[in-house]
Design a protein around this ligand. Structure first.
Ligand SMILES: C=C(O[C@@H]1C=C(C(=O)O)C=C[C@H]1O)C(=O)O
Length: 478
């Protein structure tokens, strides 16, 4: 399936094991440089004739340096068209297209200076940069280089469904970009036109270019952060998250249950008729946050990965998780637990009409809980690194019970429960000034019952965190 646009031909998703081959064929037809690798395993298409070859040097969050070899392929006439408000002048007769290959190299490779030198613009493109057409060409180069950096960070692994994940296919909202990954090696993105030029204005473009290349500079810092990763630092993170969770519950408790916010029949209908206000709010908010790069951070997992769009910022996070288990999460269980079990316990029954505010507060609660519980992946990684031998036999035997025993610390769980109870009391009480309190009764009144918070942790947060830990460990040797 494909459609024609001003930007060229854009291909819709294909499926099945032939996808790689199919995309390869489609891309070839469209003049898109395409390397079909992995399952399809065809290598560079012979019909591509590279005109230029140059390098983008970029740093991955884990500190390794990659070189993106940019091959500018020439093909014949199938991607002509308007380009960001100006008519693109091909560098040669016919259209110019690119494919991008990323390979690992030794850290001794040179680092980059200005964006222009970094992407190794062909002289013709730079020289042409006097008029609109030339700038457009230069801009396109830079955009694609920026996209390369993002792809290289591996964030574009969130795909539309499991099938597409397997085949490394990333459909962006408008379908403007294809990425093909070599699972066994590094990400190998394939970009079929400058999708960013159609989406991003010039000032934003310069910001993104700057951000892309400034992330190289923070490489050392990221390495240092990764080296400080251990069980102690992980537990510090969990402790700080308790504050966020308790505060978010207090905020949500300002509003009554406001049930219409969760009722699909309340919202306006049309394309969204099956969504409640909360569903809509969560999906749209996550999409915006995804653009801003929230889910570039491996600590963050969206509830609706299917509607996510490509981030517009580079990755700046270190990768400490084992790739095969990095996507383990309990998001569905968290979502259900929150609405079915937790919400009725800490909100008063009633309806004050402030549904949007309630939904916004819900999402903050959910995101805090998700961050905490899904952080079980980091806990498990730290524990595995501390005692790989202890865990290996249980992982090989796929023995969940043994893993659960190994990772459980009853004493630590008690500490956590006592601490959250105290936080609920301290954060949730009215502040008294000059010893004058509105609350005359001797029993302090808390904004969220501390017992509810203790039960939330004891019955849900800790058990779900441990489940995430077990699932993570089960794939730790994959
Ligand atoms: C998170 C950890 O793993 C387990 C889960 C805990 C939790 O969710 O608070 C606490 C102790 C462990 O049983 C940890 O050891 O810190």
């Amino acid at each position: 399936m494909h459609r024609n646009t001003a930007e060229g031909r854009i291909y819709d998703k294909s499926s099945g094991d032939n996808k790689c081959t199919t995309i390869g064929a489609d891309c070839r037809d469209a003049g898109v440089g395409c390397r079909t690798t992995g399952r399809g395993g065809r290598g560079w298409d012979r019909r591509q004739r590279p005109l230029y070859s140059d390098r983008v040097v970029a740093a991955l969050p884990d500190g390794c340096i990659i070189i993106a070899v940019i091959q500018i392929a020439k093909n014949h006439g199938l991607i002509a068209g308007k380009h960001n408000g100006c008519t693109e002048t091909p560098l040669r007769a016919g259209s110019t297209t690119k494919a991008v290959e990323i390979t690992n190299v030794q850290p001794s490779e040179p680092t980059v200076g200005t964006p222009e030198s970094a992407v190794g613009l062909p002289e013709e493109a730079v020289e042409a940069g006097t008029g609109d057409n030339g700038r457009c060409t230069v801009q396109r180069w830079l955009h694609e280089a920026t996209a390369v950096l993002r792809c290289a960070a591996g964030v574009e692994k969130r795909d539309e469904d499991e099938e597409s994940t397997r085949f490394g296919y990333w459909p962006s909202r408008g379908g403007e970009i294809y990425i093909w990954e070599e699972r066994e090696q590094k990400a190998s993105p394939i970009i079929n036109q400058s999708y960013m030029t159609s989406m991003v204005s010039r000032p934003l473009f310069y910001t993104f270019s700057f951000l892309s290349f400034s992330c190289l500079c923070s490489c050392k810092q990221l390495q240092e952060m990764a080296s400080q990763f251990n069980l102690e630092s992980v537990r510090e993170f969990l402790t700080r998250e308790e504050d966020s969770i308790v505060f978010s519950l207090i905020e949500r408790a300002k509003y009554p249950s406001n049930l219409p916010a969760y009722d699909p029949s309340y919202s306006t209908g049309g394309a969204f008729r099956n969504y409640s206000l909360l569903d809509l709010f969560a999906r749209e908010t996550e999409a915006v946050q995804a653009r801003a790069g929230r889910y570039r951070n491996p600590e963050e997992i969206p509830f609706f990965p299917k509607v996510l769009v490509l981030p517009l910022v580079p990755a700046v996070h270190s990768q400490v998780l084992h790739p095969a288990s990095a996507s383990v999460n309990a998001s569905n269980a968290i979502w259900k637990m929150y609405f079915n079990r937790l919400l009725p316990q800490f909100t008063a029954k009633g309806d004050d009409g402030r549904y949007a505010l309630a939904a916004a507060a819900d999402l903050v609660c959910l995101q805090a809980l998700s961050r905490r519980i899904n952080y079980g992946r980091f806990v498990a990684e730290a524990k595995f690194r501390d005692a790989p031998k202890d865990y290996t036999s249980a992982i090989r035997a796929e023995d969940r019970d043994a893993l659960m025993r190994l990772l459980t610390s009853a004493a630590q769980e008690e500490t956590v429960k006592s601490r959250v109870e105290k936080k609920a009391k301290v954060f949730g009480q009215d502040v008294i000034v000059n010893n004058i309190s509105k609350n005359e009764s001797s029993r302090p009144k808390y904004k969220v019952d501390p017992d509810v918070v203790v039960h939330l942790y004891g019955d849900w947060v800790i058990p779900l965190t441990k489940l995430v830990e077990v699932e993570y460990l089960l794939h730790r040797l994959d």
